[in-house]
Design a protein around this ligand. Structure first.
Ligand code: SDX
Length: 431
């Protein structure tokens, strides 16, 4: 017997279907609510609203569980790579060696940008934010592949997905080099995905970048840990754009813009800027914690809190462990890591954060690793975007493969002026 929920409106009882997910999550299906009752639901920030059913990623925020296609993030972090995990997220299963080789070859064959793209880079001012460059260059790249603009064609999907994953990495590296007035480095087919990004960013005409395995592994892990995260702000944006049947590159460009915000992917840049400010002021973190608890200060403990996790973000746990490893292996001591650890310890013992279940999230420690690698803070959210591409692509594919999926078009409750007459300008008194 299917489960239902009862709703009483104006003395009438309505039975609404209940949808139960494979992990036991329950939702009241309100898709017929307005037709049956004339009412809609209202949910500021969508904290209680499911926009879709999805098979890609499962999060249990209370228990701090994250799984990509059923595989725990801890196991993938330990045993997998970013590109293998990207395949898993997009296609739903761990690849065979033949599938992985074909996917990897597709990425290599599509790592170059059309030479015409170089002129676009020239047009950006030196201080252009790389997220602005990334979002515009993703759309620019699609113009060189007209078939991409034809919308969704399952027989073209593999190539489109590989092109996007491979080219965003090249765009990011070129943007970095241009911002520093340095000559661009072309990708080397001999290098795998993450090593190639490091090469394109940091090799110089006089010497190739020294690809330390522990550095490549640390950045690859950062990408893997960011690869998907169910219906976060940027992924929901990608689905919103995909629902109109726009092409994959247009969806990804929109995802980049949503991710840029400091409450979302931009938090990794905001965390380092916060730690640097605390360090510069000689604060041991305690003054900042006081400000972060005071709404009037306009400050927040960046990298803390999460809409879904009301427990420690499992990704933050893994990244925190990696911080010590990478700093030790590179013989770096970073005072910002000590400040971050002190902030975490103070916050986790402070009633304000405990009552609100505010814990470190994926952005709290990731910047420490990127700093140790030599990635500048303005590139941090670009690194996040590169990591998140597989999740955006998988969510795009879910919508496109779902023949009955409809355009996303939420309702609203209007609270503005009721009907009024147009006044000639000479009779107007303002407001
Ligand atoms: C990401 O959704 C995803 O999955 C995102 C992500 C992904 O992988 O895609 O996980 C990546 O975006 C991680 C989050 C990165 N953002 C930050 O670190 C910015 C700092 N954190 C926040 O601003 C906040 O915690 C959010 C945006 C992450 C969540 O915001 P919510 O769910 O809307 O929570 P809220 O703003 O309603 O806060 C609830 C209470 C409020 O206090 P009260 O009104 O109850 O008194 O907690 C307070 C907030 O003021 N609060 C904080 C705080 N975060 C929430 N107070 C101080 N410092 C903070 N960081």
């Amino acid at each position: 017997m299917a489960k239902t929920a009862k709703l009483e409106i104006d003395g009438k009882i309505y039975e609404l279907p209940v949808v139960i997910g494979s992990e036991g999550e329950h939702a009241v299906d309100v898709s017929k609510l307005r037709a049956d009752t004339g009412y809609i639901t209202l949910d500021d920030g969508y904290g209680n609203t499911g926009s879709c059913v999805s098979n890609v990623t499962f999060i249990d925020g209370e228990k701090g569980i994250l799984r990509y296609r059923g595989y725990p993030i801890e196991e993938l972090a330990e045993k997998s790579t970013f590109i293998e995990t990207a395949f898993l997220i997009i296609y739903g299963h761990l690849p065979t060696s033949a599938e992985l080789r074909r996917f990897s070859d597709l990425l290599t064959q599509n790592e170059l940008l059309h030479e015409g793209m170089k002129f676009h880079f020239e047009g950006f001012p030196p201080n252009a934010h790389p997220m602005a460059i990334l979002s515009s260059m993703i759309n620019a790249a699609s113009c060189y592949h007209p078939r991409l603009m034809e919308g969704y064609n399952p027989s073209h999907f593999d190539l489109q997905a590989a092109r996007l994953i491979s080219k965003v990495r090249t765009i990011a590296a070129f943007a970095y080099r241009k911002s520093r007035g340095l000559p661009i480095n072309y990708p080397k087919p001999v290098y795998k995905y993450t090593a190639n990004l490091l090469h394109m960013m940091f090799s110089e005409p006089y010497q190739d970048y020294d690809l330390k395995p522990e550095v490549v592994r640390a950045l690859d892990l950062i990408f893997l840990l960011h690869a998907d995260h169910e219906q976060n702000c940027s992924t929901s944006t990608v689905r919103m754009i995909a629902s109109s049947r726009a092409n994959l590159f247009a969806c990804a460009a929109g995802g980049v813009c949503a991710l840029w915000g400091p409450l979302h992917g931009g938090a990794n840049q905001a965390v380092i800027e916060m730690l640097e400010e605390i360090h510069k002021e000689g604060d041991d973190g305690s003054k900042f914690i006081v400000a972060a608890k005071d709404k009037k200060s306009g400050r927040r403990l960046m990298g803390f809190g999460h809409r879904v996790y009301k427990n420690y973000d499992p990704r933050a746990k893994i990244i925190k462990e990696q911080c010590d490893k990478i700093l030790n292996s590179l013989h770096i001591t970073d005072p910002l890591l000590d400040i971050a650890k002190r902030l975490e310890d103070a916050a986790l013992h402070d009633p304000y954060f405990i009552e609100r279940k505010l814990y470190p999230n994926v952005d709290f420690y990731s910047g420490i690793i990127m700093r140790a690698i030599g990635i500048p803070v303005e590139m941090f959210t670009v690194i996040f975007a590169i990591g998140r591409m597989p999740g955006w692509i998988a969510n795009y594919k879910e919508i496109m493969d779902e023949k009955t999926s409809r355009i996303y078009r939420p309702r609203q409750i209007y609270t503005g002026a009721t009907e009024r007459k147009y006044l000639p300008i000479e009779q107007r008194t303002g407001a």
